[in-house]
Ligand binder design. Structure first.
Ligand SMILES: [Zn+2]
Ligand SMILES: [Zn+2]
Length: 144
């Protein structure tokens, strides 16, 4: 249904479920992990996420207790993250998708942590930290 890959192409994946909703997260760790102003991550059932890594390039980093970030050890592309105690959900980095995906984000989250150099424009709702679940459900995250 959807395909994605890292920058060097050593790691590819496919997703065999319909992608749901997502937000732009401006928190400091998303900025560090993405190298940009915000992250765009989407929760996918692990059983529907199929990774191909014939060269064994996938590298994992535990950025905080129980939070694992997976990236290509050759080119550095972030691919997904997961919580060791979450219900078998991986949070895929949308920038690694190769298939067109036309859904727009639902919210800006952790705006109180955003970089001063990032202007946020438009009418998308903004939240200082987590969005309420009525606005955006972030599957597989620590969202309360
Ligand atoms: Zn790579
Ligand atoms: Zn974040």
């Amino acid at each position: 249904m959807y395909k994605g890959s890292c920058l060097c192409g050593n790691i590819t994946y496919s997703i065999t479920e319909e992608l749901g909703e997502f937000g732009f997260c401006h928190c400091k760790s998303c900025r560090k992990a993405s190298g940009s102003a915000h992250a765009a991550n989407i929760g996918v059932e692990e059983q529907n996420f199929h990774l191909s890594d014939p060269q064994g390039r996938l590298t994992e980093y535990q950025s905080s207790p129980g939070k694992i970030r997976a990236f290509c050890g050759r080119c550095g592309s972030p691919l997904y993250a997961y919580l060791t105690k979450s219900e078998n959900i991986v949070r895929v980095r949308l920038g690694s998708l190769d298939t067109d995906f036309d859904t727009l984000p639902s919210a800006h989250t952790f705006v109180s942590h955003k970089a001063h150099w990032e202007p946020i424009e438009g009418t998308l709702p903004q939240f200082p930290e987590w969005a309420p679940r009525a606005v955006l459900v972030q599957k597989g995250s620590k969202q309360p």
